[in-house]
Design a protein around this ligand. Structure first.
Ligand SMILES: [Zn+2]
Ligand SMILES: [Zn+2]
Length: 260
């Protein structure tokens, strides 16, 4: 057996690069990745606040599956967004998609105040199982009010205010997230249409308005706990999330009617 330290050692992944293969399946081939990055290099568009450029693509083996990770940067505000990809999604239709907004406390620290980490991990596992899919990770912490403001909102929630009123008491909207960047990332990767993993009808409406073709909603079922029960109930009753009796709805037309 060759040693990692010997001069002739070649990591296994290298031999897969040109064939577009990854452990456990296909990936975006190197030549295609380079052409997407090249096409993005000097790209700029209007409205500029939604613009992003694809800068790099690399393999990302993880405990949830073998993926590729795409690094995007907005030339407008310098924010760095990522897309975790399974399979070669370029030019594909009906790609399984999760659009996830950053939640440091949930995603990284495992906070039980929200269901973000459960949604993130469940999505990655579903995408891995399907063999093709994409998770877009947007840098809009705390429904885009920022980390420190979210902690202030948590403090208000500790005093009995719900998640929506807490944001509004701090002078924010109930939800300030913007999905223009996600739509742009899908365009950059030339994804034709998606099946969206979400419980949030507003996300379907916003992405549709931004030109994303959504052929189906795929429910995202995560556990209810004693800590997130009130939070989830607020999302259902005040933000229209498809939980409880409506959890099984998958038709985009039934969910949005003429609103999409
Ligand atoms: Zn652009
Ligand atoms: Zn969260």
């Amino acid at each position: 057996m060759r040693s990692v330290l010997s001069a002739d050692y070649v990591p296994n992944a290298i031999s897969f690069i040109d064939e577009g293969l990854l452990v456990g399946g296909v990936k975006i081939p190197q030549s295609l990745a380079e052409s997407l990055i090249e096409a993005s290099r000097d790209h700029i568009c209007e409205p500029a606040d939604c613009c992003v450029r694809l800068v790099a693509i690399a393999d990302l083996p993880s405990e949830f599956g073998h993926f590729q990770i795409c690094g995007f940067v907005s030339p407008c505000d310098g924010k760095e967004h990522t897309a975790i990809i399974k399979g070669n999604v370029v030019d594909k239709e009906n790609v399984l998609l999760r659009v996830h907004s950053e939640c440091l406390t949930g995603d990284v620290m495992g906070s039980k105040r929200c269901d973000c980490r459960d949604q993130l991990i469940t999505s990655l596992r579903m995408i891995e199982e399907e063999g093709t899919g994409i998770l877009i990770y947007l840098r809009q912490e705390g429904r885009n009010i920022g980390l420190t403001e979210k902690i202030r909102a948590y403090s208000l929630q500790d005093q009995g205010v719900d998640t929506i009123d807490a944001n509004m008491l701090l002078g924010h909207q109930a939800d300030e997230r913007d999905y223009g960047v996600a739509a742009h990332m899908l365009r950059t990767l030339r994804i034709q249409s998606v099946r969206l993993l979400t419980n949030n009808p507003d996300k379907i409406r916003q992405l549709t308005k931004r030109g994303v073709v959504i052929t189906e909603r795929v429910p995202l079922v995560t556990p209810v706990t004693e800590y997130n029960r009130f939070y989830l109930e607020t999302k259902r009753s005040r933000a229209g999330h498809l939980l409880g009796e409506e959890a099984a709805l998958t038709s985009v037309e039934d969910i949005c009617g003429d609103g999409c």
